[in-house]
Design a protein around this ligand. Sequence first.
Ligand code: SF4
Ligand code: SF4
Length: 81
Amino acid sequence: MVRCFPAIPPRAEFACILELEVSVMAYKINPDVCVSCGVCKENCPVECIKETDGKMVINPDECVDCGTCAANCPVNAIDPA
Ligand code: SF4
Ligand code: SF4
């Protein structure tokens, strides 16, 4: 079990654990920078990047935070959310 602070009561500790879990988020594409080249979509190992209205969007529920898309984006449009 992940413990945020050993001296806090169990209920507060549980709340802290929940906060840690929701703070882990997927990578995100900046639509103002993306030029829709498709490189990220082609290289995502779990195929969680879809094209919507001409822009690429990462499904945060499927992204495994590998960073491949960000490393290969030619215009640096992808960052950890
Ligand atoms: S690689 Fe970058 S520029 Fe190309 S579609 Fe993905 S986010 Fe957009
Ligand atoms: S970080 Fe990895 S899993 Fe998430 S969208 Fe980018 S390539 Fe796909």
